[in-house]
Design a protein around this ligand. Structure first.
Ligand SMILES: [Zn+2]
Length: 142
């Protein structure tokens, strides 16, 4: 085996791709060995395809998801519902652990909720809304 002059690292023409790789020298052959001219000629001679076949597409991602909203330490499950029922743009059903549900929605007039606080105390009076509306707005749902 011939000695390699490592002092002159700029002349890589005498190195084989394996030697260049061992020395950490980046050449077209070490960066993309399958595209090197000698590799293409070798693949042609062996009757192989010129480039590797593309990888098979992965299976679509799957799984289950859920969204939870915590209001003052109480956790609500959040589900989107059809906003047309409220004449709205967006609507979500908030379900508490005990099964109580409140529907929050957004329409051209603003946000609304089906809870007692909104219905009996705040609708038309308090534009900031009940805790459900405020939480939904704070989290970007409405
Ligand atoms: Zn509410």
């Amino acid at each position: 085996m011939a000695a390699i002059d490592t002092a002159d690292t700029r002349d890589h023409s005498r190195l084989t791709p394996g030697q260049a790789r061992q020395m950490g020298i980046r050449t077209p052959e070490t960066i993309a060995p399958a595209r090197a001219p000698w590799a293409i000629e070798q693949r042609k001679a062996e009757g192989l395809p010129l480039y590797p076949t593309p990888r098979k597409a992965p299976a679509p991602a799957s799984g289950r998801c859920s969204l939870r909203l915590s209001i003052n330490g109480v956790s609500y499950r959040v589900r989107p519902i059809r906003p047309e029922a409220f004449g709205g743009i967006r609507a979500f059903r908030l379900t508490k652990g005990d099964g109580a549900t409140h529907d929050v929605s957004l329409d051209v007039h603003g946000a609304a909720c089906t809870c007692g606080d909104w219905t009996f105390r705040r609708e038309g009076i308090d534009p900031t809304g009940c805790k459900h509306i405020r939480a939904a707005k704070a989290c970007g749902l409405l």
